[in-house]
Design a protein around this ligand. Sequence first.
Ligand SMILES: Cc1cc2nc3c(=O)[nH]c(=O)nc-3n(C[C@H](O)[C@H](O)[C@H](O)COP(=O)(O)OP(=O)(O)OC[C@H]3O[C@@H](n4cnc5c(N)ncnc54)[C@H](O)[C@@H]3O)c2cc1C
Length: 421
Amino acid sequence: MDYAILGGGALGLHAAYRLANAGHAVMVFEQETTAGGLASGFRVGDSWLEKFYHHVFKTDTTAIKLIAELDLSDRLEWSHPRTVCLINGKFQQLDSPTTLLKFAPLRIDERLRVAAVGALLKLTGSGLYEGKTAEAWLRRWMGKRAYDMVFAPLFGAKFGALRDQIALPWFWARFHDRTTYLGYLRGGFQLLYERLVERITQAGGKVLLGTRVESAQPLAGGRWEVRTSQGTWTFDRVISTMATRLTCRLIPALPEDYRQRYDWGQAYGAQCLILALDRQMTDSYWINPCDPGYPFTSLVEHTNYRPPSEYGGRHLLYLGNYRPVDDPLFKLSKEEVIAQFLPHLKRITPSFSEDWITESWLFQAPFAQPIVTTDYRQHIPPLRAPLNGLWVANMFQVYPHDRGQNYSFELAERLVKELEA
Ligand SMILES: Cc1cc2nc3c(=O)[nH]c(=O)nc-3n(C[C@H](O)[C@H](O)[C@H](O)COP(=O)(O)OP(=O)(O)OC[C@H]3O[C@@H](n4cnc5c(N)ncnc54)[C@H](O)[C@@H]3O)c2cc1C
């Protein structure tokens, strides 16, 4: 078989690697000039730095196995960096059962109640929670004060106006799947994607970067034509790893009933402003601002996790946001975003000064966070599309898990099994 794979992120590259090793001809089309999609990086000093903050969890077993298979295990390093909530202007560590039991903003009975709910979510399957919203259930079982103090700001920051509609199984997965130990690939996750491209190429496949897919069409006789910014090719099969909405736009032959059911729902875009500072700003890796009024969802001081020496001595700070793609924030220039965020950095670290900033970068991506409402499950497309030779596999299908490289790798494996069956 010869395969066209639309999208050169975690999913597309892993599927291409498996198919090329199984003896198929593969061609991956990626619009960006770097492979890796949402997990891709750019050069800072001697390392790659992700455009959007990334780490893996101990439970990300498919990713860990793939890293080993690609001979990169010696670079996978684990640690337990500090995660805090910013409540009433103070950092309150909350990143393990022990720190929860010591979490001063809540009374001891409230902490025990949160701990009991956390244990329940760890020990049970997601099926129990179908059809319920996270907000109503957590308020009821964790208690209103704990929910309002810690979780409501997190849901608000991530999902904005849709915060009270999020499916409980999505929250279950965040609690169930995550570990306090975080893994990072020394040198950047980009190394994993570079290695995948290398192995695909060694197996005879092709990865065309900087090549934007414009359309894919079934031809008479059963083959497919893929038109791109760099030319037109034909294939036996097409795998689209792009968001379902984009897939529907680029494949006009998809029938109306498919579009009605699966070109559905909302996804937020992601934005990360990255600042290189000449000094450390805080003592924490991850800061969730739970106090009102912050214009960013999270502040991630990457060099409190990885040493600044990996980045030529730079201290690196991500300021992240999820918003609807038409949000005015996405239209601002980097300088305007910095100007908007600066006063809030001073709220966190009063001595912070603009002079500390030596470099800055702004990255944005549409279709970065699916909005997983209670009826989301009914709108997840099957892998096999209703057109002969077309397969759709993307990060919108990993429900109830949140997005994650691991789940894209896992879905790629499931897809290849189905293709080879
Ligand atoms: C802010 C943020 C933080 C995250 N943090 C983590 C984390 O800590 N750990 C973790 O494991 N995961 C994290 N993720 C999630 C992770 O990045 C994704 O789950 C994973 O990278 C998805 O891979 P994918 O291949 O399924 O999709 P994508 O990476 O979206 O790949 C799709 C590809 O299709 C390409 N494409 C789109 N349109 C076209 C076109 N017309 N022509 C050609 N190519 C096209 C895109 O450029 C992209 O490369 C995070 C994501 C974000 C946004």
